[in-house]
Write a protein that binds this ligand. Structure first.
Ligand code: 5GP
Length: 112
């Protein structure tokens, strides 16, 4: 079964894309938790960060570079929050690795 994000990448579910390359895409979260809330998602449907393997190291580095690019493109000059919810206990609801990029408001710590 394709994941929700695979369907979105395939164009079967509409999304507001802000970045696309051969390895990943980034789009606006449908339920934003901040004025800017983007998701950076690898095309490969890795289930979670915990399911990533050593062979994914270059891809994981690439995802972080894209995080900073889309944050910069979104005008988050004051900083931003990156979150990777991992597994049920980590609050992950979509079983396809994704990096949340949040900004445009002050971020408190600790997160909920
Ligand atoms: P998680 O809870 O797994 O860390 O994050 C999943 C995120 O995907 C949530 O922030 C949720 O709002 C977002 N999301 C779920 N379904 C859709 C959708 O169909 N389109 C978009 N753009 N975001 C979605």
């Amino acid at each position: 079964m394709p994941t929700l994000f695979e369907k979105l990448i395939a164009g079967e579910i509409p999304a507001d894309f802000v970045h696309e390359d051969e390895h990943c895409v980034a789009f606006k979260d449908v339920a934003p938790q901040a004025p800017v809330h983007l998701l950076v998602v690898p095309r490969e449907p890795i289930e979670s960060l915990a399911a990533a393997e050593d062979r994914h190291k270059p891809l994981l580095g690439h995802l972080l570079r894209v995080v900073d690019k889309v944050a910069s493109d979104a005008g988050l000059t004051d900083g931003y929050r990156v979150a990777i919810n991992t597994g049920e206990g980590g609050g992950q609801t979509v079983p396809h690795l994704h990096l949340h990029v949040l900004g445009g408001r002050g971020m408190s710590w600790p997160p909920g």
